[in-house]
Design a protein around this ligand. Sequence first.
Ligand code: HEC
Ligand code: HEC
Length: 373
Amino acid sequence: MKKLYGLFAILSVVAIAYSCKKSSSSSSGTVYLDLPTTAYTYDVTSYPKKQNDHKATLGRVLFYDTHLSLNNAISCGSCHHQTSGFADNVAFSVGYEGRLTGRNSRGFANITGTTVRFDNLNSQSVLLFWDGRENVLQNLISRPITNHVEMGITDFSTMPEKLSGLDYYKQLFINAYGNGTITTDRISECVAMFVASITSHSSRFDQFMGANMSMGQPSHPEVYTANEYAGYNLFINKYQCQNCHRIFTSYYTIADMVDIGLDQNYNDKGYGTITGRSSDNGKFRTPGLRNIALTAPYMHDGRFKTLDEVLNHYSHGINNSENLSRLLVDGTGIAKSFNISDADKEAMIAFLNTLTDYTMITDPKYSNPFKVK
Ligand code: HEC
Ligand code: HEC
């Protein structure tokens, strides 16, 4: 083991320089890989511990490597920014050829939690993406790589050969697997391992709830200002937002497909595209709200720029759409208006801001290891 770390150290000191192939980039700097001499410790509780740190390290390099796109223009990290809770800060992200994605990039943290499966071992009906078209994290990885708008590699089986031409991968695969063979399964496993390792437990909300999180009773109410506490109560009790956004569970892994009445007519059928049932049209997977202050713009199409605009939707913007959730319909069968006052809005936004985890978004083990000299 010592020997491996030694090699690894040399590898990173030599800094494995390769020339920057970005044709559009004006910077003439050299890109190099900056990895710690001893692998970071990653938190992947949902997977056997053995060698996780090296697999996640390799996954981190792959996640930020533009060679995973056809023209070496973009990486996973181009659309999933650590500082934005792994979401993108635009409504639609720019793919490898400059075309736009059809939906807003989703952020992630605690993605495997209790429900989303890491691999095929026990595939439950838990759903990933806005429309739930994938339910196994490891199988998700090849999707953006092969997507014609996102990364454009039409045949994923060509990826190992492409990566074997990059000198820094050999040692990383040896560290993770004991030999340097590159396979599509290993690529998927390691990127999934890295994505699953992105965990968040250090927001002020975590401090507020403390040990009583699962019971939904704050152990440290003193952590909040009066306004934040008021916002918390409004969110839970008055407006019952947690009926869908279940913040006491693993806030990222909610699989409920819901139509919240964004439009009278559906431009994007969402879950209905996947099931083929018209009763599922307009339904999208309820987002977790962790780091929500950082993941603007909001909704599956990024239509709202601020949390204030989101609250205006719930306050008086809900449409009477065909599949509108019953939770958003009043006693007479029409769309509810929550009529949220300005004071209530302000308090709820103060509360939503406490869901930001500054430790996670600055943690070097999740950051881009490619640096420019
Ligand atoms: C061109 C931008 C782009 C690139 C590149 C990209 N993504 Fe995404 N990603 C998105 C968008 C947009 C969505 C939401 C799509 C949807 O749900 O329909 C998304 C969704 C996801 C999700 C789902 C999160 C959830 O909770 O459902 C994961 C995980 C993910 N991407 C990981 C990756 C990984 C890993 C890579 C690299 C192999 C990658 N992405 C590359 C734009 C991108
Ligand atoms: C009936 C279930 C339901 C209820 C109740 C509900 N939401 Fe939502 N919420 C959703 C769904 C589903 C989406 C995503 C909709 C889409 O993009 O099509 C969403 C989106 C959001 C977003 C944007 C998330 C993102 O990542 O873009 C915020 C913020 C939000 N809701 C806050 C609230 C607040 C605050 C309340 C209470 C006033 C509330 N929600 C009540 C289901 C619900």
